[in-house]
Design a protein around this ligand. Structure first.
Ligand code: NZQ
Ligand code: ZN
Length: 389
């Protein structure tokens, strides 16, 4: 392990069935005014809203609501929420939902008292907050993003067609606490469940496919990927399998709470391609990643051959005997492709609404990262997008 890093993750987790009972103890730490943030209504249908609001009432909180946070939350919605949180003089922002709601709430935390335009400050200039920020708590209902234990907040500007994530350096932007009850995720539709599973896998890959040194983070990543393969196959056949769903939930958290990034340069180009597709189509995040991953990995394979061989052997159990490195690496990607098909993931961006005449515009929205095995040129981005069609 050759990198230098600091590591601090202050989010307190409450995990397991009935974990929401710990909410009262956490709420006692904050003032009376709580802003409850949630999505399009799934929590009202599955009873989570009633449970959380009941606890807020018992704790004597004065609650305002920001409802209707959409998947891929928008800048316009952020402006709307800033006004509500300011008028309510919020002491705590409580997110109840998936990554979109958690991300949105973190973006709100740094924006409510921001004296500049938050899009320009945080998403174009990538600055850290210089104003008062509000504490965030999460009750997670959808698994995948890791937003429950990280300082990331992805916001989409629908006017400029840019979907940008800012991972804040200041760890006080991470949720102060997160409630993770796997039972809360059992009402997810299959499409969302598998999109989340692929999001987890992609997060691990984005960190794993970088660097040449012998790094403990890579061994942790391989373990997480192997656990995910086992649990995802069980959950795909039996969505109500609590054990598999709880393993998936825990894996998601560790896949993106900064642990397996320690000592790594990290890639994140799959996410840049996926986010560009998302900015133009509003498609489900995990599916945008699934649709661009294989063409991207096949493209960079020659530049990171050693790691792709290791991936094939240690994650997919490919037997190396008598084969060239290239053949072993490709066999690993074939095994990955078979697993993706088994889950029913989207493998073509055309299925998400991208047409050939949109490719240049999607390429315009694709940010280029420098931590992976190949820094992409514009031509390479276009060619990967075309192969993903
Ligand atoms: O809005 P509601 O009605 O709640 O429905 C949601 C939404 O339609 C539904 N859902 C959530 N929990 C449910 C449920 N339906 C039934 N039962 C439940 N228990 O699922 C749909 C998708 O939810 P969403 O929050 O959008 O999904 P996800 O958790 O995948 O979040 C995606 C967002 O997170 C960002 C993505 O870019 C995207 O904007 N990401 C955040 C990251 C981070 N903070 O580090 C990293 C990721 O790479 C990702 O970019
Ligand atoms: Zn992701």
């Amino acid at each position: 392990m050759l990198g230098t890093f600091s590591y601090c993750n202050p989010t307190k987790l409450y995990f397991g069935e009935g974990a929401v009972r710990s909410l009262a103890g956490e709420l006692a730490k904050y003032g009376k005014n709580v802003v409850l943030v949630y999505g399009g209504g799934s929590i009202k249908r599955n009873g989570i809203y009633d449970e959380v609001v009941g606890i807020l009432r018992e704790c004597g909180k004065n609650v305002a609501e920001i409802a209707g946070v959409m998947p891929n939350p928008t800048l316009d919605k952020l402006y709307e929420g800033m006004k509500i949180a300011r008028e309510h003089n919020a002491d705590l922002l409580l997110a109840v939902g998936g990554g979109s709601v958690c991300d949105y709430t973190k973006a709100l935390s740094v924006s409510v008292y921001c004296e500049e335009d938050p899009w320009e400050k945080y998403y174009l200039r990538f600055e850290e907050p210089t104003c008062r920020t509000l504490p965030v708590g999460c009750v997670l209902t959808m698994v995948g993003t890791g937003s429950e234990m990280n300082a990331g907040a992805v916001i989409t500007n629908t006017h400029t067609k840019l979907k940008i994530g800012h991972v804040f350096e200041d760890e006080s932007i991470m949720p102060r606490f997160s409630v993770l009850d796997p039972k809360y995720t059992l009402t997810l539709p299959h499409y969302q469940m598998v999109a989340g599973i692929y999001d987890i896998f992609s997060h691990i890959c984005e960190q794993y496919f970088s660097g040449e040194d012998d790094n403990t983070s890579d061994y942790l990543s391989e373990g997480l990927m192997r656990s995910l393969l086992v649990s995802s196959r069980i959950a795909n056949k039996d969505m109500q399998n609590y054990e598999a769903r709880s393993n998936i939930m825990w894996t998601a958290t560790w896949a993106l709470n900064t642990l397996v990034a320690c000592g790594k340069s990290t890639d994140w180009e799959v996410h840049m391609l996926g986010q560009a597709v998302g900015a133009h189509t509003d498609a489900t995040h995990g599916m945008t990643l699934a649709a661009v991953s294989l063409p991207y990995y096949r493209h960079i394979l020659p530049y990171g051959l050693k790691k792709f061989v290791r991936f094939a052997q240690n994650v997919w159990g490919v037997d190396r005997a008598g084969k060239t490195d290239e053949a072993v690496a490709e066999e690993g990607l074939q095994a990955m492709e078979a697993w993706m098909k088994e889950l029913g993931l989207v493998l073509h961006i055309s299925e998400l609404g991208v047409t050939e005449d949109m490719i240049e515009a999607v390429a315009d929205s694709t940010l280029v990262m420098e931590g992976g095995y190949k820094v992409l040129t514009r031509e390479e981005i276009v060619s990967i997008l075309k192969e993903s069609l």
